[in-house]
Design a protein around this ligand. Structure first.
Ligand SMILES: Nc1ncnc2c1ncn2[C@@H]1O[C@H](COP(=O)(O)OP(=O)(O)OP(=O)(O)O)[C@@H](O)[C@H]1O
Ligand SMILES: [Mg+2]
Length: 336
């Protein structure tokens, strides 16, 4: 089991600073997810940990050992990318065995490891096929299998599901969750844009913003106690509603944050009132967009049976235990 320590890690490409001083402790066997807006440095940070990219300054240690100058293979890491890049002329078995054969492993041992990984990922029936005879999800599982057989100490994923369609994403996400459960000795870091992946897979989530760590915590800690407007707006989908001016001042805040699921609707009375602009019915949920005169319409989550019509006047009240108050700097305001 490997703990990963980042201490004041920085990365610049020429004069362009991408990672601006990251301190982070990843526990042995932990599943850590990196999220953040496009371009904030998620892939770069992952590549620094992998050894594919050099660290400009700071230290990276695996357990007690500083690994700054070790190659990826010396670090014992394996990485799975968005594009799975299998060898098209090789069978699934040979694709998975390739790295081990290069390392001149014992043939019987290679076979055992490939079969074990294939079983774990439910691709055992496809070992004789070529990649073009597989679906996208199956190919991505082969790429994951190719990494597993090397028995890495640290497993890194960079948006491995983003090329898959919605149904395959769900299925492959479950495979990755099972994989984490069965490889509990392996520390995993996973980069994603996807809220559901982050919330469901992570032991802890690290929210990055413009090359720095904004907040690290369990999915529920980030959801319930975001330490900034940025994290509050980033975690949760649809995103948290933010209100300022008189709407926030009543609550002693510069900005008031309320999630769509923490607003109640009434036809008779409530804290705010407004006109329904749009009702999005997704079957399981309905999202109501209500203009209460604030800068943006309020988004309210109702269950799928909600049948309000655009134009209707509605009253909306936040559930008091679930409001978030922020001060002018975007940090949690002291309760008044
Ligand atoms: N080799 C490079 N040379 C110069 N700039 C780079 C290099 N690699 C990345 N960058 C820049 O560093 C910044 C962070 O890139 P990175 O790929 O880490 O972002 P990301 O958070 O993974 O984004 P995305 O979510 O879009 O994948 C970007 O502005 C990018 O243009
Ligand atoms: Mg990236």
């Amino acid at each position: 089991m490997t703990a990963i320590h980042l201490d004041a890690v920085r990365k610049s490409f020429g004069t362009f600073d991408v990672i601006k001083g990251v301190d982070l402790e990843i526990d042995p066997g932990e599943f850590m997810v990196f999220v953040g807006p496009s371009g904030c440095g998620k892939s770069t940070l992952l590549r620094l940990i992998s050894g594919l990219e050099d660290i400009t300054s700071g230290t990276l240690a695996f357990d007690d050992k500083i690994v700054n100058s070790l190659t990826p293979s010396q670090r014992g890491i394996a990485m799975v990318f968005q594009s799975y890049a299998l060898y098209p002329h090789m069978t699934v078995f040979d694709n998975m065995a390739f790295g081990l054969k290069l390392a001149k492993g014992d043939a019987g041992e290679i076979k055992r490891r490939v079969h074990k990984a294939a079983e774990m990922l439910q691709i055992g029936a496809y070992l004789d096929r070529l990649p073009k005879q597989l679906s996208g999800g199956q190919r991505q599982r082969v790429a994951i299998g190719r990494a597993i057989v090397r028995d890495p100490k640290v497993f890194l994923f960079d948006e491995p599901l983003s090329n898959l369609d919605a149904a395959l994403r769900v299925q492959t996400r479950l495979e990755i969750a099972k994989l984490h459960a069965s490889m509990h000795e392996t520390t995993m870091i996973y980069v994603t844009h996807d809220q559901v992946e982050a919330m469901t897979l992570a032991d802890r989530i690290c929210v990055l913003r413009d090359g720095i760590v904004e907040q690290v915590g369990t999915p529920l800690e980030l959801y319930e106690n975001p330490q900034s407007i940025f994290v509050a707006g980033f975690i949760g989908s649809p995103k948290m509603n933010f209100l300022t001016d008189k709407y926030a001042q009543t609550y002693g805040a510069h900005t008031l944050g309320v999630r769509p699921e923490h607003l109640q609707i009434s036809q008779k009375d409530g804290t705010w009132d407004g006109k329904l602009i749009l009702a999005e019915n997704l079957g399981s949920d309905t999202y109501l967009y209500i203009d209460i005169g604030a800068k943006d319409p309020l988004v309210v989550r109702q269950d799928g049976t909600a049948r309000q019509q655009p134009g209707e006047r509605l009253f909306i009240s936040p559930i008091n235990n679930n409001i978030h108050r922020f001060d002018q700097s975007g940090r949690p305001a002291a309760h008044s």
